[in-house]
Design a protein around this ligand. Structure first.
Ligand SMILES: Nc1nc2c(ncn2[C@@H]2O[C@H](COP(=O)(O)OP(=O)(O)OP(=O)(O)O)[C@@H](O)[C@H]2O)c(=O)[nH]1
Ligand SMILES: [Mg+2]
Length: 335
């Protein structure tokens, strides 16, 4: 069982997202005097995410994934239990006591084309991994803002159409899988809560969004801040509803078959790049860095992402390995 899956078309920014999330985890942990967050990653995952971060700290974007390079990333977020402050010291010191509620991620950085191939044909060399992806409870869609276009023809428009169609098919496949699984468990009289999926849409490369696109929709040039949850949701919904209408409709429609795709959470990711005049020899954009050599990126959005999972971890009755153990309640309106 894998709680979280990342899905995005080729070159949409999945690897950069994972590298930046890792950077945010490191920064948040070290800056956080109150000890409100911890993370842990297995060796391969730390190497993978750390490798991306190292590339960004050198000012370069990571190399493109090879088609075969399906990467499974395992990490855990931990948040202190609310109960902690009420408990006597001797319990807190006991070695069986776990002061953190945790939520595990087994994220797959799967090449978009592989998922598309599987969803279209039912066949893929990576069938096993993609089937695991379909079992996830948290689905993180990476939507590449540099591809959003108001044009109604041309290659960019075609790519956007394809992504919308494939995303909708994936959402439908996810729901079908959950319906079958739930029916089988109910028949076998196995305890199972009603299926629920938490969709997260990360709008990547937001620095590359065409201002004309935002103007056209009457949206401000920057997403509303974290403390304006309703405005943020509207901002996200207008963009996705306009450019990925099939996905938007399916997110809502899955409820008809009994799978609650709980309210979508939106996050915006961007990396600052240096001006074209500073392009390095390979002609690729250079990542801008702060005085510590860290990439300049939308840290506040990533911190918001980490906070969002605090809510999900709170719902977990105990240390959860399986996200199905999460109670199907509604995320806070700040999502
Ligand atoms: N300007 C800008 N460019 C970005 C950003 N994120 C990613 N990119 C560019 O997009 C390219 C692809 O990003 P990746 O994270 O490698 O995308 P991916 O989805 O992992 O790609 P594959 O694994 O090859 O499918 C990078 O090499 C960068 O050139 C961003 O926030 N801003
Ligand atoms: Mg990648």
């Amino acid at each position: 069982m894998c709680p979280a899956a990342i899905y995005g078309h080729t070159s949409s920014g999945k690897s950069v997202f994972l590298g930046l999330l890792y950077s945010a985890q490191v920064r948040y942990t070290n800056a956080d005097q109150g000890d409100s967050f911890r993370f842990w990653g297995d060796t391969r995952s730390v190497r993978y995410m750390g490798g991306i971060l190292t590339a960004l700290r050198r000012g370069t974007f990571p190399a493109a994934n090879l088609k075969e390079d399906i990467t499974e990333i395992r990490f855990k977020f931990g948040y202190p239990r609310k109960l902690n402050s009420l408990l006597p010291e001797y319990i807190k010191r006991a070695n069986w006591y776990r002061p953190f509620s945790t939520i595990g991620f087994a994220a797959y950085d799967v090449a978009g084309e592989d998922v598309e191939e599987y969803v279209e044909t039912g066949v893929s060399e990576n069938r096993h991994t993609i089937q695991e992806l379909l079992k996830s409870t948290i689905v993180i869609f990476i939507v590449d803002c540099s591809r959003l276009t108001v044009a109604t023809h041309g290659p960019q428009f075609e790519k956007m159409l394809n992504y919308d169609e494939n995303g909708a098919v994936l959402l439908s496949a996810l729901a079908s899988h959950k319906v079958r699984d739930y029916a089988a468990k109910s028949q076998a009289k196995m305890a199972s809560s009603k299926p629920v999926v938490y969709p997260v849409i990360v709008l990547s490369k937001f620095d590359q969004i065409n201002g004309e696109v935002l103007n056209h929709l009457g949206l401000p040039l920057e997403p509303p801040p974290m403390d304006e949850p309703e405005e943020r949701r509207k901002f996200g919904e207008v963009l996705i509803g306009r450019f990925l209408p099939q996905m938007m409709a399916l997110l809502k429609g899955n409820r008809l078959v009994g799978v609650n795709f709980d309210r979508t959470a939106y996050f915006f990711s961007w990396v600052e790049t240096e001006k074209v005049a500073d392009m390095n020899l390979s002609g690729r954009p250079v990542v801008a860095r702060d005085e510590q050599g860290d990439p300049k990126f939308s840290y506040g959005e990533y911190r918001g992402f980490i906070e969002y999972f605090r809510f999900l971890a709170d719902k977990a009755p105990d240390d959860v390995e399986e996200a199905t153990a999460l109670a199907p309640t509604h995320p806070p309106s700040s999502s």
